[in-house]
Design a protein around this ligand. Structure first.
Ligand code: MG
Length: 264
């Protein structure tokens, strides 16, 4: 069941979104060759503690509970990378995903950051992935239902020569991180009954994942980390967004680099 939020509730979610954005800023400052993903995660946990925010990822139920406050997925890792002893290298692309609950309300955002000099292929991938997120947001007020948005964005990504990952979906967000509805990046006619109206009060975490290779993924033996099957690099861009009478509001605004030329 989709639970719509009031303007006051959306404002509380925006405050949680500010903490998530601050976590991203911290990671951007720290990301450099030689840092380990465990060091990045520890800094974010300290920030959440300091701000009185509850991490949403730590302890998330699975085959083993998720052991960290953020998912850090490098290069061919798609999502759910477990922070650890892996050392970041020049030329890596690092997807950082985290969420917190503040005063009972949640926010969740992911961004893929380049480290140092990046090759042209990865630069293209980042550009197309980020554009997929901004296109999704920009289409929200122009379309009646989510599936219409997803079809437009899927076409843009495939025309650019890239693939959306189909195995993972965005989600409603509110008092819980994962609420109805599911927000698939790729839709087909067979699931039309899961489409939903884009109406004021709807709050979604929209999170396209884009790869240069095939969209097939594999689960690693740590039970969490997901990689592309062909080891192609992958990017992940996610904002928490509220539909309001005045259009979509990005509750995790500030996440990512300010060079978001696709916005607007
Ligand atoms: Mg999410």
């Amino acid at each position: 069941m989709i639970v719509l939020k009031t303007p006051d509730e959306i404002e509380l979610m925006r405050l949680a979104g500010e903490v998530v954005a601050d976590a991203h800023h911290l990671i951007e400052e720290m990301l450099a060759p030689g840092v380990t993903t465990a060091e990045l995660d520890a800094a974010v946990e300290a920030l959440f503690n300091e701000r009185g925010a509850t991490p949403l990822f730590k302890g998330y139920p699975g085959e083993v509970p998720f052991p960290a406050v953020s998912c850090i997925s490098v290069n061919e890792e798609v999502v759910h990378g477990i922070p650890g002893e892996r050392t970041i290298c020049e030329g890596d692309i690092v997807s950082f995903d985290t969420g917190c609950r503040l005063n009972g309300w949640c926010a969740d955002a992911a961004w893929t950051y380049p480290v140092g000099k990046m090759d042209a292929a990865k630069a293209d991938l980042l550009r197309v992935g980020e554009a997929a997120l901004w296109s999704s947001i920009n289409e929200l007020p122009r379309q009646a239902t989510w599936f219409e948005v997803a079809r437009i964005v899927s076409q843009q990504v495939s025309r650019a020569g890239f693939c959306l990952i189909e195995d993972f979906v965005g989600h409603g967000i509110g008092r819980e991180m994962h609420e109805d509805p599911q927000v698939p990046s790729v839709v087909d006619g067979e699931e039309a009954e899961t489409d939903f109206a884009l109406e004021p009060g709807l709050v979604l975490a929209i999170e396209p994942m884009v790869t240069a290779g095939t969209p097939d993924v594999v689960l690693c033996d740590d039970y969490w980390t997901v990689e592309t099957e062909d080891f192609s690099p992958c990017v992940h861009f996610e904002h928490s967004i509220a539909m309001t009478d005045d259009g979509p509001v990005v509750l995790t605004a500030g996440v990512g680099r300010p060079c978001t030329t696709n916005q607007g």
